[in-house]
Design a protein around this ligand. Structure first.
Ligand SMILES: Nc1ncnc2c1ncn2[C@@H]1O[C@H](COP(=O)(O)OP(=O)(O)OP(=O)(O)O)[C@@H](O)[C@H]1O
Length: 256
């Protein structure tokens, strides 16, 4: 399976933010979406999810134009987790994840549904939060519940916007490792916008870098994540060293 962006241009009233972007991402691979603040990463994810209509171009899943699907069918295949998620009504963590599972399905809850909710709670190590109300959670706990809500829907394309921004070191590493494993096991196309380059380098198969609306790089981690790219994206020099387990260690250097 593959996700293809074909001359995709996206924007708002003030103009284009994503400008003529073309690439094909293969399933079973996790891509990190890199780029400076305000450059269009969230805009790109929203465009792929169908929350923003393209000015030009298409988003294809295995050759099928996603614009031809109903909103509900597209949402079943492509799940987007925004940077901030509303707390919403007074429900427990267990209920919130169950509701995410049933969002476009039958209303009746089966034993299999309950087992799926328990499975994702255990996978993300948040089973102890199950009876708590969403409004009682910390920022990081809420972020993990939102990730659980995205995962339980078993999408073909998983789009996560800075999913570890509120997580501590242990939980960031754990969540990214789970995302990488599930991407392979469930053969998803996973795209994760992220600012922490060292975390990105530990979990990425591919790098997708954007700046000024334009694609700067797309391809395997070791090929793409070079000092020149970091300089282009962020205006920051960097030493890049080989890390354990085929990862990279990035040591950024501000000039002066
Ligand atoms: N709903 C909107 N209406 C108008 N302009 C918007 C809207 N959402 C975002 N923008 C603008 O589009 C540009 C890209 O924003 P976007 O949120 O996609 O950036 P980003 O790369 O995800 O940034 P960050 O790393 O800071 O989260 C910014 O200039 C932003 O102000």
């Amino acid at each position: 399976m593959s996700l293809t962006l074909e001359h995709l241009s996206l924007g708002y009233r003030q103009g284009l933010i994503v400008d003529d972007l073309s690439l094909t991402a293969e399933s079973g691979r996790l891509s990190v979406l890199l780029g400076p603040n305000g450059t269009g990463k969230s805009t790109l994810l929203k465009g792929i999810a169908g929350l923003l209509d393209p000015e030009l171009g298409r988003v294809l899943l295995d050759g099928q134009d996603l614009a031809d699907l109903s909103r509900a069918r597209r949402a079943g295949q492509v799940v987007y987790l925004p940077q901030t998620t509303p707390v919403g009504v007074r429900i427990t963590v267990f209920e919130a994840i169950l509701m995410a599972l049933k969002v476009h399905g039958k209303v009746r809850v089966t034993d299999d549904d309950l087992a799926l909710v328990r499975g994702v709670l255990s996978e993300l190590e948040i089973a102890h939060l199950s009876p708590r109300y969403l409004e009682q959670l910390s920022g990081g706990q809420r972020q993990m519940v939102a990730i659980a809500q995205a995962l339980i829907r078993r999408p073909r394309v998983l789009l996560l916007d800075e999913p570890t921004s509120a997580l501590d070191l242990y939980h960031s590493l754990h969540i990214m490792a789970v995302l990488r494993r599930l991407t392979r096991e469930q053969n998803m196309v996973t795209l994760v916008a992220i600012h922490d380059l060292n975390l990105a380098a530990r979990c990425a198969d591919d790098v997708l870098a954007v700046k000024g609306g334009k694609l700067q790089a797309f391809g395997p981690l070791h090929q793409c994540l070079q000092a020149e790219l970091i300089q282009t994206l962020y205006g920051v020099g960097a030493d890049i060293l080989p890390g354990p387990d085929d990862s990279l260690l990035i040591y950024p250097r501000l000039a002066g």
